[in-house]
Write a protein that binds this ligand. Structure first.
Ligand SMILES: [Zn+2]
Length: 434
């Protein structure tokens, strides 16, 4: 070995050693204890996950959803949270929610959001938890019983080290995230009330990548366009007496939406179904319908149903106004009306959300887990955090890594499960010690 190579190796080793020591120093004594607890509890966390995945909790299996809630309830009781099961009234036709709370004044007041239900109902062939190598299979492993277990085991680690004393934390596990109970002011009341008592909300929906978190997600709403024309013989179409007909008018409107409104960042709108002719029938419940018309009759009626996704209330309102102004510019002898219905509000990329991301990023770097960046809001669907985003700073996508959510191939990556639990626990610890 020549001397310059030896020096190089010595320097490299020195560098590695210093980085190691620096990293080791980035975690406080208390934080190191949290990490040890999580490592000690890892096997038990996987067993617990298996237990809850094996209880079917499709949204409409009300009993199953509650049963999963009760299994979690017992665990939260054991770490000194005050728990309650909130039944939904019969008209909402959903199971209910589990809330768990610990009371205090220390640091930030935190709301942790999960959901107990899955898209796999009782008649689904996909019911069993299975592990093969580093992958766990099962309904809700990834979306999101895995995320709920991260919440529980992160808090458990804090509790075991007496680090939850005087903290104000609410855990909200809803029972109907996959198909929200209506009206929303009943089914989301408790979640929103909890947000109003909190300063920060963390959502544990499926992670979009180990090094990403969600600081914004688009809201969604629907629209319905109804156009009327004058029924007449087709030979008279375009005439002063007959006009354009409902189908040409609908085409004008949709074409103008496409040409004049499309293109803004994070904005999409999609007509999903259209029925037109002389007479039509459409059933909103089943999203099915019939149309009758003839090629020698000027069309009398057209109905189009679509969605609208947006990044802010401002964008939503502005685009709706633009759509309305296009809709009222009618072709001869036609009338048109568009109506809108709200569903999920948008979670906007606020300064507060970005600050939370910064904190998570620091935690991740201190754990040697790499940097965490903001995920593209255009690619993320709506979720429960959207309902609380207006009241608190939010971060979502803190749940498990996996694939195939909402399909019978749903998996959970077990190699990152423990790391993500550590990240969550340290984040919570730093928030309550700020
Ligand atoms: Zn989910």
């Amino acid at each position: 070995m020549n001397t310059s190579l030896a020096t190089k190796i010595t320097y490299t080793l020195l560098f590695l050693l210093t980085t190691f020591i620096m990293n080791a120093q980035k975690l406080s004594k208390a934080e190191k204890k949290i990490i040890t607890s999580i490592e000690n509890n890892h096997k038990s966390a996987i067993l617990f996950l298996e237990k809850v995945v094996n209880i079917n909790s499709g949204t409409m299996n009300h009993q199953g959803v509650k049963e999963v809630g009760m299994v979690f309830k017992e665990q939260f009781d054991a770490i000194n949270f005050r728990t309650k099961w909130i039944e939904m009234p019969p008209e909402v036709n959903r199971s209910g929610h589990l809330f768990a709370e610990t009371f205090g004044n220390k640091g930030k007041k935190i709301l942790l959001i999960g959901h107990l239900d899955t898209v796999f109902e009782k008649d689904s062939p996909f019911q069993q938890f299975k592990v093969s190598g580093d992958i766990a299979y099962g309904p809700g492993t990834n979306d999101m019983k895995g995320g709920n277990v991260i919440v529980l085991y992160a808090l458990k680690a804090l509790y075991e080290n007496n680090l939850l004393n005087d903290a104000q934390i609410i855990v909200a596990f809803t029972g109907d995230e996959e198909s929200t109970g209506k009206p929303l002011d009943i089914s989301r009341k408790d979640l929103i009330d909890s947000a109003k008592k909190s300063e920060i909300a963390l959502g544990f929906e499926t992670s979009t990548g180990f090094n990403y978190a969600t600081v914004a997600r688009r809201g969604s709403s629907s629209w319905s366009l109804e156009v009327k024309g004058k029924r007449a013989h087709s030979s008279g179409v375009f005439s002063e007496h007959t006009g354009a007909g409902a189908i040409f008018e609908t085409s004008r409107i949709l074409n103008s939406f496409y040409n004049e409104i499309k293109g803004e960042e994070f904005l999409t709108f999609n007509p999903g179904i259209i029925l037109g002719g002389t007479n039509i029938k459409f059933d909103d419940e089943t999203s099915k319908g019939d149309a009758f018309g003839k090629n020698n009759v000027v069309s009398q009626t057209v109905v189009t149903k679509g969605d609208l996704r947006f990044i802010s209330e401002e964008q939503k309102e502005r685009v709706r106004a633009e759509m309305k102004s296009i809709v009222k510019n009618n072709l001869p002898h036609t009338t048109a009306e568009i109506t809108f219905k709200d569903s999920y509000p948008a979670m906007q990329p606020t300064a507060g959300n970005l600050k939370l991301l910064e904190l998570l990023n620091e935690v991740s770097i201190d754990l040697d887990q790499g940097i965490v960046e903001a995920y593209d809001p255009g690619k993320r669907g709506a979720a429960d955090t959207s309902f609380v985003a207006k009241y608190v700073d939010c971060l979502d996508g803190l749940g498990t890594m996996g694939t195939g959510a909402h399909t019978p191939e749903e998996t959970l990556d077990l190699t990152t499960f423990e790391a993500l639990t550590k990240r969550t626990a340290i984040l919570i610890y730093r928030l309550i010690n700020q």
